[in-house]
Design a protein around this ligand. Sequence first.
Ligand code: PEP
Ligand code: MN
Length: 352
Amino acid sequence: MIMIIKQGTLPEQIEELRAEVISWGLQPQEIKGESTFMLGLVGDTSQVSEEALMRYSCVERVMKVSEPYKLAGRRFHPDDTVVEINNRKIGGGSFAVIAGPCSVESEDQILSVAHDVALSGAQFLRGGAFKPRTSPYSFQGLGLEGLELLKVAREKTGLPIVTEIMSPEYVDVFIEDVDVIQIGARNMQNFPLLTEVGRTGKPVLLKRGPSCTIDELLMAAEYILYAGESQVIVCERGIRTFETATRNTLDLSAVPVIQEKSHLPVIIDPSHGTGHSSLVPSMALAAVAAGADGLIIEVHNQPEKALCDGPQSITPIVFDHLMKQINCLREALMTEDGGLDDGNAEPFRRTA
Ligand code: PEP
Ligand code: MN
């Protein structure tokens, strides 16, 4: 629910209303429009009636919000969130590429890939230290040693590191060592993990579960935001369908859908989204054309020898060429007036 506050309302009256809302076990959230001031109610509002709110003389109107995600939704937060990490921005018109191997395998491997992707213009380095593998017999990642190697790569290249956490037990280490904490697709609905990570004060990259809807993804983001973390990036990485030609079916329409529903930056993972290195460049470019705020791409110096996800990893040479194409495409898409209005404007169009 959103209360539109009458113009000329005194700060004391708003304070009184806020205190009342808190006493009902809800969180009041300020929403400042150009000329309007609104208070959104975050929490379980099933017991709150419109009439009860209209009894306050400073309330002009009450709007019901049907989406269950209040903090992740655009209604309470009309402007795009811009996630900023070490002067690198994602969202609100800023685009960033996260690149690196699926897993950290050795010092030589991670340093070689990190140098190459940095030279090609990637803004972040990815690399799994803790790997969620389908088989217990597959390479599980180097664990803490992998984190140490990522730190060396960050030191040498200046690229902030993005890596996956699988268990709350490592939260303290991740707070210390990692720039962006990744929640993998398989853990998207691991609610205790979402809450723990949301309390760390670290930016979070949340990947969509292969069988989860966009609303479920945004509800998972809601857990992180509710726990206190506002720097959340969501990622479409392919969903499970009947199609077997690709590893997953990359749902590119998730980009505009999420941008309409939510203010959070949305990025695309064409590597897990397709499972084939030959398909990665075209889907990466399609994601840019669809308006994604960024990409996460698996790059390996020797994909044929990779311990994880080699078939979907592109080489540094292919990555370099792709980065040039991405830059050309982004430039071609830029217009001085910020785009055409087709007259079909939805109430929650993107602001940037
Ligand atoms: C990964 O990024 O390497 C990964 C395991 O991704 P996902 O969680 O999307 O499968
Ligand atoms: Mn992978």
